[in-house]
Design a protein around this ligand. Structure first.
Ligand code: ZN
Length: 259
């Protein structure tokens, strides 16, 4: 039987409702990702992550995978290149809230969002609080970047500042998932993030971020990249995805077993 939510009739949804099936909602966006990656990079990663988690959990944990959210919010700085489609933060938050509330009111109680775009993190956290107040249910939010951080840092080849946007982490994942849409001949390291401090890590993956401050305004990106994609490999991408799935599935088994 299909694990895709969209394939079910209302009759077929009755059994998953009775079993307390876990729902997974991947959240990506459509945004420029440099001259070497497609604009659906975040959505593509979100969708692959959703499939990977569903396959890792089934049949032990019953799962239905929802369609990926493909549009969301990006800062203005990302709109200087073609390809970035922006949904205003409040519209985006209302849409995610309404989708989740529909599912919770339907009777599903275990819902996990996959946060696959950095500009969404705060918005999704607020939505999760609002859902607690509205529905008395706490949804989970998983980030494949956070859940693969240690494994990526152990094998990365780029320096600090090499993995923030369309850099080594994302380019490696796309080389693994969809090499036919990656044009490495256009990748350069000119937009590696140069600012680092004890409070702000050079990229998302060093686990040293102690204050919130967008450093994207400190240097003009020439190519729409903030990082170094030239060090990316499909092998790194495979290891990133494997780690994010293994760690995410470990958490979701706990999440499913509680309450
Ligand atoms: Zn991205």
């Amino acid at each position: 039987m299909s694990y895709l939510f969209r394939d079910q009739s209302w009759v077929q949804l009755q059994e998953p409702l009775e079993r307390g099936t876990l729902l997974i909602l991947p959240v990506g966006t459509t945004e420029e990702h440099g001259p070497h990656l497609p604009v659906d990079t975040d959505a593509r990663i979100a969708e692959a992550y959703g499939h990977g988690l569903a396959r890792a959990l089934l049949p032990e944990v019953p799962v239905l995978l929802l369609d990926t959210i493909r549009y969301g919010y990006s800062m203005k700085i990302m709109r200087q290149w073609p390809g970035t489609i922006v949904v205003r933060t409040r519209v985006f938050m209302d849409m995610i809230f309404d989708i989740c509330r529909s599912l919770l009111e339907m009777g599903f109680s275990k819902l996990a969002l996959l946060d696959c775009h950095g500009h969404h993190s705060g918005a999704l956290n607020v939505v999760s609080r609002e859902l607690c107040d509205a529905c008395d249910r706490a949804v989970a939010i998983l980030s494949p970047a956070a859940l693969s951080r240690d494994e990526f840092n152990a094998i990365r080849r780029s320096p600090q500042g090499g993995a923030i946007h369309a850099g080594e982490w994302e380019t490696s994942l796309l080389l693994h998932l969809s090499p036919e849409v990656v044009d490495l001949s256009r990748a350069t390291d000119v937009d590696t993030m140069r600012y680092h401090s004890d409070f702000i890590a050079g990229d998302n993956f060093l686990g040293r971020q102690r204050v919130t401050w967008s450093t994207w305004y400190l240097q003009d990106s020439q190519t729409g990249v903030y990082g170094d994609p030239t060090q990316a490999t499909a092998e790194t991408g495979a290891k990133i995805l494997e780690a994010a799935i293994a760690n995410g599935a470990r958490f979701l088994r706990e999440f499913y077993a509680q309450g």
